[in-house]
Design a protein around this ligand. Structure first.
Ligand SMILES: Cc1cc2nc3c(=O)[nH]c(=O)nc-3n(C[C@H](O)[C@H](O)[C@H](O)COP(=O)(O)O)c2cc1C
Ligand SMILES: CCCCCCC(=O)C(=O)O
Length: 375
């Protein structure tokens, strides 16, 4: 994509009234390989199911006759930036599989819904082109960084993101190796070559010898150049941008993250796409929130499909949530309009859930909105 425009008209199909309604339409429109890549997870996809089950298990505690005469709202400030609501578009790779306009369409959609967007290192459009479009929109833009084996190249990526005006750096730390993606393998999905990654042009491929039968794959050079804690401290020294670490589940890692200079955390299991049978993000959230004890904002993602899910995550201590697959499905089905609609639906549903639990503002959302069964 070199000319950053979206000129086509997109329509939301009739009957699409909730985020999950997009999925069957997206499945029809995507190639089987792309659908496998977007929808799939690691190995047996157990964690994907747990991400949803954790939300479904929690019951809400309604409150009646609350006084909303003084108004209310969903606005919040994070890292000095204002967000109209706490629902961000998660970083996801390769929007070009959904639509030729790729991330250009996504950023227009996110802007339409006044939602923050986190742009993936593995976007199909350069981070500069995306930021160029976002300049005209109300949506804050953050950049997701995969630390590359070439640290010089990584530092250049960071400088490019700073120069393009991104407001924060989200460093994804939960995927140092290629995950086991059996659904992708079965569907014949092939990830684009490094040379085809818009943001990684010029990065040389690092060849690691294939493991022969009976040899170790992981421990013969594959992990030598993987990111370590010292890389976080290194990044911290390179930039003034707030740094969030994405992919934290264990409270000990949350503590280490703060010790190495993280300004925020994203509790995430990568949408169940990296290590299968790790717990649901929502289950891991309270432990991380307890450990962090208010020192930095904690965000979460994984399985958010309803406004009530957003409310539950905030009740357990998240400052905001990120949404992955539903935005991709919205993009595949209705371009920028679909992305905006997905994010707008979630915001509207959150507002309804707040009204029915007596919360006028995000600050009113407390663990008290969760129903606790009598012992
Ligand atoms: C197709 C796809 C691509 C993704 N690519 C990235 C990526 O490039 N960087 C990253 O940090 N996370 C990536 N993720 C993970 C998301 O940021 C997020 O953690 C996850 O999608 C949240 O779960 P949900 O899809 O259930 O909302 C990807 C997820 C999907 C579905
Ligand atoms: C080493 C992991 C690369 C994955 C890139 C895209 C991604 O995050 C995904 O979930 O897919």
């Amino acid at each position: 994509m070199s000319d950053a425009v979206v000129t086509r008209q997109f329509d939301v199909p009739p009957g699409v009234v909730a985020v999950e309604d997009y999925e069957p339409f997206a499945r029809e429109r995507l190639s089987p390989e792309a659908y496998a890549y977007y929808s799939g997870g690691a190995a047996d996809e157990i964690t994907i199911g747990w991400n949803r089950a954790a939300f479904e298990r929690l019951k809400l505690r309604p409150r009646v006759l609350a006084d909303f005469a003084r108004g209310g709202g969903t606005g919040l400030d994070l890292f000095g930036q204002h967000f109209e609501h706490p629902i961000l578009m998660a970083p996801t790779a390769h929007h070009g599989l959904a639509l030729p306009e790729a991330e250009i369409a996504s950023v227009i959609g996110a802007g339409g819904a006044r939602a923050g967007m986190v742009v993936s290192t593995e976007a199909d459009v350069t981070l500069e082109e995306i930021a160029g479009v976002a300049r005209h929109s109300a949506a804050p833009l953050w950049f997701q960084l995969y630390i590359q084996h070439d640290r010089g190249f990584t530092a250049d990526l960071l400088r490019r993101a700073e120069a393009a005006g991104y407001g924060a750096l989200v460093v994804t730390v939960d995927a140092p190796v290629h995950a086991l993606r059996n659904r992708e393998q079965r569907a014949g999905y092939r990830a684009p070559k490094l040379s085809q990654h818009a943001n990684l042009r010029g990065l040389h491929t690092r060849h690691v010898a294939e493991a022969a039968l009976g040899e170790s794959l992981m421990f013969r050079g594959f992990l030598d150049v993987a990111a370590r804690w010292e890389d976080i401290a290194w990044l911290r020294g390179l930039t003034r941008l707030p740094i969030l670490l994405k992919g934290i589940l264990a409270p000990e890692d949350a503590e280490l993250a703060l010790r190495h200079g993280a300004d925020g955390l994203i509790v995430s299991n990568h949408g169940g796409r990296v290590l299968d049978t790790v717990p649901a993000s929502l289950e891991a959230l309270p432990g991380v929130v307890r450990q962090v004890a208010g020192r930095v904002p904690v965000l979460m993602d994984g399985g958010v499909r309803r406004g009530t899910d957003v409310l539950k995550a905030l009740a357990l201590g998240a400052a905001a949530v990120l949404v992955g697959r539903p935005c991709l499905y919205g993009l595949a089905v209705a371009g920028p309009a679909g992305v905006a609609h997905v994010l707008h639906l979630l915001r509207c549903e959150l507002e309804i859930a707040m009204a029915l639990t007596g919360c006028a503002r995000l600050a009113d959302i407390s663990p008290g909105v969760i129903w606790r069964d009598e012992a």
